[in-house]
Structure formats: C-alpha cells, structure tokens
Design a protein around this ligand. Structure first.
Ligand code: G6P
Length: 527
C-alpha cells in the first residue's frame, strides 16, 4: 500500500535527532508541515514511546517547554492534547531552554519521565520543531524515526482535537534551573570574601537575540552580583527583530561585540534561541566562537583533566589541533553533527578513554561532568568561573589565553546542491573520485602537493602544501541532512583559498558531474 502524502509529510519532519518543520505561513514557497494536529499526533507517539514496555502512558508525567516562537503555544496545546489522550499527565514549563528541559528530568523533586522542548534553534520565525528528553539524555535518531512513523499512522487515521485539555498544571522550570547554575558558579569561584555574590565587580553583558536566554541576566548574573548593564535583546520575541539568535552568525557576534565595547564590559555572552549553544566575547571585543571557543574550553578542561581527549567536529582548524596537542591534550576530529560528536565522547568515556569535552564549531558543547548535555549556559558558566578565577589570581585574561591559537588567514565554506534523488550515494561517489585524484599525486594531481588528512571520519579532508612551511586544507563532505555537498577551505597564505578553489573547480568541471551545482565554488575564484 502506498503511504499517503500526509503520512509521508509527517515522517519527513524527522531531522536527525530532532523534529523540524514549517509551523507558520509567512514565507513564500514554504507551506506549513508542522501544525497543531501533527503536534498532537507526535505528543501521543512520544507518550506511547515513553510507555513502550507498559500498556499505557498512565502514570507518566511529561513537561513541555518552548522558545518564544509565535507558533509555540499552538503546538504545545496540540502536544498536550495528544499526550493526555495517551494517558500521560502533562506540565507546562512555559518559556524554557533546551538544556533546562533535560534538567527537568533529572532534578530531584521534579524528575519528569519525559520532556519536550519546542524550538527550531536559530532557524527563521516560520519554523518550529521539537527536541525530546528522558533522564538518560536526548532521544537519538532511531527513536525520533519511530516517533515520527507512529505519528504518521495517527495522522493518517484522522488527527483529532488539538486544543489543550483543561486543567494543565503550569510550572515554569527556568527559575529552578537558574538556581542550579548560580550554585555551580558560587562553588566554582569559591570566594572566601564574597561566596554569595562572587561576580561582584564583574561587568558581564548578554545578547540573547530575543530568544530564551534573557533569564541568564536576571536569574543568574544579577543574583551573583554582576553588573549587567548594556545587555541587550533579552525580551523573548518570536519575530527575532534584531538579529538571528545564533553565535555562528556574523551579525549576532558583531552586535555582541558592540555591546561589550559600549558597556566596557569584562565579558560578553551570545546565546542561540534555545540556549544549547553560546559564544563569548572578551573585554577587548575579541569574538570567541567556533575554533576559539573550543580552544578556550579545552584550556579549561585540560587543566582539570590533563592528557584527556577532546572530541570535535570535522571542520575544526589545524591551529586548534595544534593548540590542544600543545596543551598536553589529545584531539579526535570526528564528524559534523552535535549528536555524533557527543555520542562519540560518550562511547570513548565508556571504553575508558578520558573524554571530558565534546564540542562542535557550531557552539554545541557538552561536558561529561554535566550529563553529556550540550548546554550553552553551562559553557558560559564554566567560562565565567575561569574569567573570575584568572582575575582573582591576577593571571592573563581569557582573551590572552587564545593568543597562542594559530588562526587561519583565510577561510570559506560553500554548499554545492545535488539534484540527483539519491543524493547521498551521488555525493559519496564524488568523494571517492576526489580521493583517487588526490592519491594520484605521483603521476599527476590537480591539487599540487597534497595528501589526504590522517583522520578522516567523514568526507575527505585534503592537506595542501602552500609552500614556505605553510599548510592549508579543504574538506569535501555530504551534508548531514540536505541534498548538498559542503566544501570548506582554510589557508595560511594570502589568496590560498582562491588557489585551492580554482584547482578543485577545474578538476570537478572535468569530471562532468552534471547533477552537482558547482557555481558557488567557481565564484570563489572567478572574479
Ligand atoms: O551537514 P550540514 O548541512 O552542514 O549541517 C550540519 C549541522 O546540522 C544541524 O544543524 C546540527 O544541529 C548541527 O549539529 C550540524 O553541524
């Protein structure tokens, strides 16, 4: 039997280990795929999944939190209706962050059986999605696949009323979570003179991008005595009127830098919408995101656990690798995808390899000491403790720590669309022929002096000799979710990206991959 288009739509809402979809009209060409009726079906499917060894979800309590997206309340109501239908008890956590939702499953006295965060991270206002938790952490890909498949069946069988049932308990969890963060900072700084207000005398500004992160100012920093004047975009607003709440976004980081410099702050913090990611800015206005954020956190954890392993994603710089090795650590440059990075870290720890930190350049960073949870607020807490410790001990500031991190002179990322329906296989084919070409260095290679990087866990990273002892690289890989190939370049010499792009562009033209749109790579060298 052919699955109906509706069932197929619901199955397609799976996006790795999340659910993601278009939840509102307002963007041309983007039809709604995640409405309240679908949320209802997903709510039922999650409650059933939680109770999979039992006959019903009776006795299970599920907390639902959300970011400020305009579609959040309708989806929440739909989920509540579906969960209650399956027999579960539901609790409205109101505005929340993704890590706080997880913490509601493990906090003594709360301990929900399951939690859902309604969010689409930094994506535009019309999108929304769901992340699911139990006390064991975030659900993985196969679980989400199962939940979406069951929801598809339910939708096909005829939806149901998506209105919230009467009498749902409202119990905001952010205040409880914030108290936990405050205690971690108090213990971490352990100030003899001012235990209760260890941030007195520190000026810290936050840019929450109108996402869920504004709580960090009132409920954490102000409670600890910090001066937070100059913080901005703290009010939740699902239109995200100021900039995209995303520490990888140029405009977001620039806004944060301006706020730090205007306020003459000691530190700035930029959160993404649902606060599972963050970046910081030092007193001089230096942006500490991506490789720099990983370096700073590596410095912190390698002091605490010398010789340990840091797991990162695949697009991290050569400079970061050297930084970690120079600090006495080991670096496993794994794959893109925060879940891949975190799961690798968990696997290493389970097999006895000391792995305290697993972190992606996107800013998704998890620490073993914090339930292996990617929590942007927890990372900010670790950095705040380090900044205060350094100030009290009169040691160089966090920005100065990064002076030994070699940064690439040039970098670029382009995305090449694949129009073949079997895009994964198509992409893997391209990678295979690139490998053959790179290995062909003896006869003739299009890429000058180059060799495959030693550790290739996804795609192909090619090290390119740029002369005078300098080395650049490029990485070609398949996107985790989209029908595209992603190509990253880094160079240590001026014009180096252009040279590599031209060599790659010329080679790929010769290969006649007619379903791969290479225009973005050609643009890198043709003007
Ligand atoms: O493979 P890409 O299309 O570049 O996407 C990769 C990214 O996908 C999602 O956004 C995940 O949340 C990130 O953890 C991951 O890095």
């Amino acid at each position: 039997m052919r699955a109906s288009a509706d069932a197929e739509r619901v199955r397609r809402l799976q996006n790795g280990s999340d659910v993601r979809g278009v939840a509102m009209d307002g963007v041309e060409g983007e039809a709604v795929t995640l409405d309240a009726t679908t949320a209802r079906a997903i709510g039922t499917a999650f409650a059933e999944w939680l109770a999979r060894d039992e006959s019903s979800a009776q006795g299970k309590t599920i907390g639902v939190g959300r970011d400020p997206r305009l579609s959040g309340e309708a989806l929440r109501d739909g989920m509540f209706a579906g969960m209650v239908e399956a027999g579960a008890t539901v609790v409205d956590m109101g505005l929340a962050t993704t890590p706080a939702c997880f913490m509601s499953c493990v906090t003594e006295g709360v301990e929900y059986d399951g939690a859902v965060m309604l969010t689409a991270s930094h994506l535009p206002f019309n999108r929304n999605g769901m992340k699911f938790f139990t006390k064991h952490g975030g659900l993985d890909k196969p679980d989400i696949k199962e939940i979406c498949a069951r929801a598809a069946e339910l939708v096909e069988a005829g939806g149901g009323d998506a209105k919230a049932p009467a009498g749902v308990t409202s119990a905001p969890f952010l205040p409880t979570y914030a108290v936990q963060l405050c205690e971690i900072i108090r213990k971490g700084v352990n100030s003899k003179d001012n235990y209760e207000k260890p941030l007195s005398g520190m000026k810290i500004v936050v840019d929450a991008g109108n996402g869920s992160g504004g709580f960090f100012v009132d409920m954490v920093l102000n409670q600890l005595g910090a001066d937070t004047t100059g913080s901005q975009f703290l009010d939740p607003d699902g239109n995200f009127p100021n900039h995209s709440p995303n520490p990888e976004d140029k405009a977001a980081m620039e806004a944060g830098v301006r706020a730090v410099l205007n306020a003459k702050a000691d530190l700035g913090i930029v959160f993404d919408t649902d606060v599972d990611r963050s970046a910081v800015i030092d007193a001089s206005g230096k942006e500490i995101n991506r490789n720099k954020l990983i370096a700073l956190l590596s410095e912190i954890v390698l002091k605490e656990t010398p010789g340990s392993t840091i797991v990162t994603d695949s697009v991290t710089s050569d400079g970061l690798h050297k930084f970690i090795i120079d600090k006495g650590g080991k670096h496993l440059r794994f794959m893109r995808g925060y879940k891949n990075v975190i799961n690798k870290g968990k696997e290493l720890n389970a097999s006895g390899v000391d792995t305290p930190l697993m972190i992606e350049t996107s800013g998704h960073g998890a620490m073993r000491e914090n339930y292996d949870l990617d929590d942007g607020a927890y990372l900010a807490v670790k950095i705040i403790i380090e900044a205060v410790r350094r100030r009290n001990a009169k040691e160089p500031s966090i920005g100065q720590v990064l002076e030994s991190l070699e940064e690439p002179l040039e970098e670029a990322e382009v995305r090449l669309k694949i129009s073949d329906p079997d895009f994964k296989e198509y992409g893997l084919n391209v990678i295979e022929s690139l490998l053959a070409e790179v290995n062909d260095t003896v006869e003739h290679s299009s890429f000058g002096k180059c060799r495959p990087a030693e550790d290739n866990y996804e795609g192909l990273r090619v090290c390119v000799d740029e002369g005078n002892g300098k080395q650049g690289w490029f990485l070609l890989r398949c996107s985790l979710h989209d029908p595209v190939m992603v190509l990253n370049f880094e160079s240590q010499v001026e014009g180096g990206v252009r040279v590599m792009a031209e060599e790659f562009g010329t080679w790929i033209l010769d290969q006649n991959y007619d379903k791969l749109d290479c225009s973005s790579v050609h643009e890198l060298y043709s003007n």
